[in-house]
Design a protein around this ligand. Structure first.
Ligand SMILES: N[C@@H](CCC(=O)N[C@@H](CS)C(=O)NCC(=O)O)C(=O)O
Length: 232
């Protein structure tokens, strides 16, 4: 395989693939970003199912290989561009803290959102079961957001005292916490908000948001939307 390999990111606007998209832009690696809009069901096209048979994004083409799972993709990008400092050095406690975060984000936080937005995934088709899963997940989301707040402590970033792919991953789920489908009061999250503001201020993040929102102009948290309109 050529080095560095040809990289192709398959993303859907505002999906969890936003974290990988930000990581690639921050890494300064050359890559192509290909939109596979889930809302338009482009992820279920035969062409995309050939790339990722599960139909999920993100998927990262690496030469002829395809890597899936945000945690793996984020780790790969950070390790391919070590000078970008997108993850702490292997063998450090900060490094495994990053993996601890990413595993928790994928396995707990993302799953909680999915239980609200796509309750059928867990409840099946029975309306009472769907409503029960959704209501339970909303309570769980409040708990999850409090846990983020506790875990962040007083540091500016999630790990290692500097921006990392973990912050990009957390940023995605901060934006999701404003989704109108949640329809419930969520706990205040000042530390998480401050971290998201720091991430949002990064030029690479602005470039990615502009690229994704050119595909579909998705909603952003009110303070971000205001900052973008003032910048125009
Ligand atoms: N565990 C995977 C989850 C990927 C995932 O659920 N992606 C969603 C978008 S956020 C998706 O592609 N959903 C479309 C589908 O599964 O049909 C990861 O962390 O990358």
């Amino acid at each position: 395989m050529a080095f560095p390999p040809k990289l192709t990111l398959y993303f859907s606007p505002k999906a969890c693939s936003l974290a990988s998209h930000i990581a690639l832009e921050e890494s300064r690696l050359l890559y192509e970003a290909v939109s596979v809009d889930i809302r338009a069901q482009e992820n279920m096209s035969p062409a995309y199912l050939k790339i990722n048979p599960s139909g999920a994004v993100p998927a990262l083409g690496i030469g002829d290989a395809v890597l899936t799972e945000s945690h793996a993709i984020l780790t790969y990008i950070a390790d391919l561009a070590p000078e970008s400092g997108l993850l702490p050095r292997p063998g450090t406690l900060a490094r495994v803290r990053a993996h601890e975060w990413m595993n928790w984000i994928s396995g707990t936080m993302h799953v909680t959102y999915r239980s609200i937005f796509r309750s059928q995934t867990y409840a099946g088709d029975e309306p009472h079961a769907i409503a029960a899963v959704r209501e339970h997940a909303k309570k769980k989301l409040a708990k999850v957001l409090r846990e983020v707040e506790d875990r962040l402590g007083t540091s500016d970033y999630a790990v290692g005292g500097q921006f990392s792919v973990v912050d990009a991953y957390l940023f995605v789920f901060y934006t999701w916490s404003f989704d109108e489908r949640i329809q419930t009061k969520l706990p205040d999250r000042p530390r998480y908000a401050a971290l998201a503001e720091r991430v949002f201020a990064r030029p690479a993040v602005r470039r990615v948001l502009a690229r994704e929102r050119a595909v579909r102009a998705y909603e952003l948290p009110p303070s971000f939307a205001q900052a973008l309109s003032e910048a125009q």
